[in-house]
Each structure stands twice: as structure tokens, then as C-alpha cells.
Ligand binder design. Structure first.
Ligand code: SAH
Ligand code: SF4
Length: 374
């Protein structure tokens, strides 16, 4: 392990470089500019993990790349697939042995549209914010992921899907990623620079070329980060983990409320929606007997009302972790939704996905022996 980490750390992780940076990296080594396009095309369209496969690069360059650079990305530690085969969750090992989770979710085509492939990726090992219902939060903070480690998760899953595509009942095959959600382990706005750099690489036309509108960043509500993101000129979707309709209740499950009360978070969302013309999604984890009463729904509707049609509430029945929270019964969820609808708030319930493989972030890692992370 130590040898692997030391040799990998001595090389440049090309997955953390934008195509423009790749160009600089190559020209600094006396290579012509156009090699960057060739290299990026092998990495992002060819999805290769080995320089030797890059047959249009001179052998001497391939050898140099193999000693000075890396495109392998995180390695598989363990994997789980849901019974219906549509959710694949992987536990990945970083160069220093730390473990993170990423999830591939396949959505078969609906009568009105094409199928989608969404990946949920991590931005940190652990998390500093300690939300009481969250398995990652209970681990504490370990470290930020580099931009290359964030991009590397997407590439890992893109390669896995290419190797094992999914064919639906109607014969349509899903073999490439269409959406990315930054909702895995960690708080993306706490690792702002690396996350933004990764987003710029993933959206670069010469790299993965994903539309910014197909990327969603979920945050616990770090106000300065939301305001900074509003000025990036990027139309990525913002999701806010609200999970309570007032500060007193939110403080019991989300300690960050002390630093950034709901009023400030909502004001920042307003700014984000105005600047980007994007709707803001409010995630609301439903915890039975805690935040799921009809009056909580009314309070929630009032809280988001100033955003009007720019707000959407996504209800998420809690995934039971080690903490003693349980999801509410179906009729309680329906009553909650009815109140939101009555209050004029657009809403949905997150389809339960891969419940049989413990889909909530941090849960797969919690079950794994932790020796390698120390
Ligand atoms: N740190 C960011 C993004 C990662 S968490 C954030 O908090 O938004 C992604 C989402 O999963 C958040 O909305 C989070 O509240 C939710 N989540 C955490 N634990 C959960 C659980 N046990 N069941 C359901 N959702 C959970
Ligand atoms: Fe961190 Fe998000 Fe989990 Fe809260 S919900 S502990 S912010 S990962």
C-alpha cells in the first residue's frame, strides 16, 4: 500500500487537469499543443485507463506519460448492485487508502422521454457538518478530494457502464452518463475550489462535455459558497438540504444552522435563482415523528413562498442509518405533500432507489472494515 501511494503521489493526476491545463502540461514537456486534444479524447471519449492504449501517440510519449502521469483514478474496493439492477454502488479507494462512495443510477425511458443515467459522487472523505441522520456526518471530516479524484469517480462509473451497459425491456441501451449529482459523501461547498475545477472539467467540450444544467450540487447551506457559486456564470442546479421548517427544529439535526440560519440560506437561494435563472430544489428528509406533521409542511410552504415558482421541494423518506430515525408511513408522506400542494409549492417524493443496498451516503463505507483508512 505504501509503495502504491508513494509512486502514485509522485505523478501528475491528469484527471485533475482541464484540457487547457493539459495543453500547458504537455507543451512544458516539449510536446505539440494538439497532443492535448488526442489525450483528452482518449480519456473522456475512449474512456481508457492506460496510456499504452493510446495508439495515435508516439511510443516515446506513451512511455513518458506512464512514468510521469496517471489517469487510473480511484480503485474498486467493493460493489453492490440492487435487486432490479438499476442501482450500482461502489466503494472506491483513493491513493492514500481513504474510502469514498459513488453510485450509478439507471432510469429507463419513460413514455415521454429518453432514459437517463445519473451518477452520485463524493466531494470529501467524511464530512465536517455532523448532521445527525447522516452516516457520513457521523464519521467526521477526513479530507477534501482533489478535482482529479472527483472527476475520477465519474470516469470510473462511465467505464463500468460501458463495460456492462444496461438494456431495458424495450431494447433501448443505456451506456453513457447523462447527469451528475454532487450528493455523495462530503459537503461540496466546503471544498469549493476543487469542486468547481472538477465541474469545469466535466463540462468542458473537450473533456466530458456534460451540460451544466445536467449537474446538481447539493449543499447543507453554506451561505458564502452559495453566493460565490451564483457569480460563476455556470447554470448548475442548486439543491439545499433544508430538512426542517424552522431554525429551532433544524438546529437539533443540523448543527450548521447555528452559523447560517434559514433566513440567510433562503436569501442566498433567492440571489442564486435570480442570477442563474435556475430553480432551486429544497431537499427535505422526512423523519417519522420529528419533522413530518402537516403543520411542518405548512410552515415549510411559507418559508419557501417568497421564491414562488423558483422553488421545488423534494421529499426524501429517511434511509435508516445507525441513528434511530425511521421513515414516515405512506399516508403521512401523502398528507405532507397535500399540504405543500395546497400552499402552492411544487413538490415530489424521491423514488426509493437501491434500498436493499443501503443507498444513503456513507452507509456502504460504514459496513466496511476501516483498517485501510488509518
Ligand atoms: N453535504 C451535502 C451533500 C451530500 S448529502 C448536503 O448535505 O446537501 C446528500 C443528501 O443526502 C443531503 O440532502 C442529505 O441531507 C441527504 N441524506 C443524508 N443522510 C441521509 C439519510 N440517512 N437518508 C436520506 N437522505 C440522507
Ligand atoms: Fe455532511 Fe451533507 Fe451528511 Fe450533513 S448531510 S453530514 S452536510 S454529507
Amino acid at each position: 500500500m505504501a509503495i502504491h501511494a508513494a509512486s502514485a503521489l509522485a505523478t501528475t493526476d491528469l484527471l485533475g487537469l482541464s484540457p487547457a491545463e493539459l495543453e500547458q502540461w504537455l507543451t512544458a514537456r516539449g510536446e505539440p499543443r494538439f497532443r492535448a486534444n488526442q489525450l483528452a479524447s482518449w480519456i473522456y471519449q475512449g474512456l481508457v485507463a492506460d496510456f499504452e492504449a493510446m495508439t495515435n501517440l508516439p511510443q516515446s510519449l506513451r512511455e513518458r506519460l506512464a512514468t510521469e502521469a496517471s489517469i487510473v483514478g480511484p480503485r474498486l474496493r467493493s460493489e453492490q448492485t440492487s435487486r432490479d439492477g438499476r442501482t450500482r454502488k461502489v466503494l472506491l479507494e483513493l491513493v492514500d487508502g481513504r474510502l469514498i462512495e459513488s453510485v450509478l443510477m439507471l432510469y429507463p425511458p419513460s413514455p415521454d422521454g429518453r432514459g437517463r443515467v445519473s451518477v452520485c459522487i463524493s466531494t470529501q472523505a467524511g464530512c465536517a457538518y455532523g448532521c445527525t441522520f447522516c452516516a457520513t456526518g457521523q464519521m467526521g471530516f477526513e479530507r477534501h478530494l482533489s478535482a482529479g479524484e472527483i472527476v475520477g469517480q465519474v470516469l470510473y462509473l462511465a467505464r463500468a457502464l460501458r463495460d456492462t451497459p444496461w438494456t431495458g425491456p424495450d431494447g433501448q441501451t443505456l451506456d453513457s452518463i447523462s447527469n451528475i449529482v454532487l450528493m455523495g459523501m462530503g459537503e461540496p461547498l466546503h471544498n469549493y475550489d476543487n469542486v468547481l475545477h472538477a465541474v469545469r472539467i466535466l463540462t468542458d467540450p473537450r473533456a466530458l462535455s456534460l451540460g451544466a444544467r445536467h449537474i446538481t450540487l447539493s449543499t447543507v447551506g453554506l451561505v458564502p459558497g452559495i453566493l460565490r457559486l451564483a457569480d460563476e456564470g455556470l447554470q448548475i442546479n442548486l439543491a439545499i438540504s433544508l430538512h426542517a421548517p424552522n431554525n429551532a427544529m433544524r438546529l437539533r439535526t443540523m448543527p450548521i444552522t447555528r452559523k447560517y440560519p434559514l433566513e440567510e440560506v433562503l436569501a442566498a437561494c433567492h440571489t442564486y435563482a435570480r442570477r442563474t435563472h435556475r430553480q432551486v430544489t429544497f431537499e427535505y428528509v422526512l423523519l417519522a415523528g420529528v419533522n413530518d406533521a402537516p403543520e411542518h409542511a405548512q410552515e415549510l410552504a411559507q418559508l419557501v413562498a417568497p421564491l414562488r415558482q423558483l422553488a421545488h421541494v423534494n421529499l426524501i423518506p429517511v434511509n435508516a442509518t445507525a441513528a434511530a430515525y425511521r421513515p414516515p408511513a405512506g399516508e403521512v408522506i401523502r398528507a405532507f405533500r397535500d399540504e405543500l400542494t395546497r400552499g402552492g409549492v411544487s413538490n415530489s417524493v424521491r423514488a426509493e432507489r437501491g434500498d436493499d443496498i443501503a443507498a444513503a451516503c456513507g452507509q456502504l463505507r460504514t459496513r466496511e472494515p476501516q483498517g485501510a483508512t488509518k
